[in-house]
Design a protein around this ligand. Structure first.
Ligand code: HEC
Ligand code: HEC
Length: 216
């Protein structure tokens, strides 16, 4: 094949791949806006309500794995005492509205978005608590998978944890320590998180929740 034709074909192929990905993101946005995700996870996945997780800028593979697990009933978790149902129940209830392709596209869309700013807490966390959180995170070895300050996971299937809601972080850590959340790749956490006391978890959650990923 003549070199010029070869490079034209390569360019056309690259363009069609970009267009396909843009289409998937647009479809994912539609899913997010119309299948009630926004009601709980907020505008552009960056302003979740209550103690729910931020999704904007999360790893695509991590998001998709969680969505599949939730749909298959493999992620259960603790009960919300205000509703009497597991926190994840609201999602389980709407999962019949989405098919596998919707899940793929919505994961692509959410991972393409810029992460939101940390949710301010009133009164702000004490400096001592934040310092204890940073110390526990570093000494327990969380960095080896979630990266320094929780902003750089070392594998595509590992989540970003900085900037998530403090209550959500504490719940996720406790659920994995107590082996209530056992789906996905949660087993990778077990060896490390079992060394964390309740105080460590409270401090690490406070500290991580105030790290601004949008500034990184
Ligand atoms: C009724 C509220 C509600 C609705 C509607 C909802 N979610 Fe959720 N979502 C939650 C809650 C609460 C959790 C955390 C569950 C837990 O604590 O285990 C969650 C967790 C998630 C997670 C896992 C995040 C993580 O960091 O592990 C993803 C991904 C997600 N939701 C995506 C979606 C998508 C996409 C939709 C729409 C198809 C949706 N959610 C609709 C409340 C909701
Ligand atoms: C060996 C790798 C590894 C280590 C070490 C590790 N984690 Fe994780 N962590 C993971 C993986 C993988 C997941 C995703 C689990 C899943 O698929 O459900 C996760 C999930 C989490 C989540 C839930 C995120 C979400 O959006 O729901 C939090 C919070 C967390 N880790 C905090 C920590 C803290 C704090 C430490 C240190 C005490 C730590 N992790 C140590 C691999 C690790």
């Amino acid at each position: 094949m003549r070199p010029i034709l070869k490079s034209l074909l390569a360019a056309a192929f690259a363009l069609s791949a970009t267009v396909a990905s843009a289409d998937a993101i647009a479809d994912g946005k539609k899913v997010y806006m119309t299948k009630s995700c926004m009601a709980c996870h907020g505008i552009k996945g960056a302003k979740p309500v209550l103690s729910y997780p931020m999704l904007a800028g999360q790893n695509e593979k991590y998001l998709l794995n969680q969505l599949k697990d939730i749909k298959a009933g493999k992620r259960v978790g603790t009960v919300d005492t205000t509703t009497g149902a597991p926190f994840v129940q609201g999602m389980i209830d709407i999962m019949h509205l989405v098919d596998d392709n919707d899940l793929k596209n919505v994961a692509k869309y959410l991972s393409s978005l810029p992460p939101g700013k940390p949710k301010p807490v009133d009164p702000p966390f004490e400096a001592d608590l934040l310092a204890a959180g940073e110390k526990a995170f570093n000494s327990l070895g969380c960095k080896s998978c979630h990266g320094a300050n929780g902003v750089k996971p070392t594998a595509k299937t590992y989540p970003f944890i900085a900037g998530l809601n403090a209550q959500y972080l504490a719940r996720a850590m406790t659920e994995m320590r107590d082996k209530v959340r056992v789906g996905g790749q949660s087993k990778l956490m077990f060896g490390t998180i079992k060394k964390a006391s309740d105080e460590d978890i409270t401090a690490m959650s406070a500290w991580l929740s105030q790290i601004d990923r949008s500034a990184n």
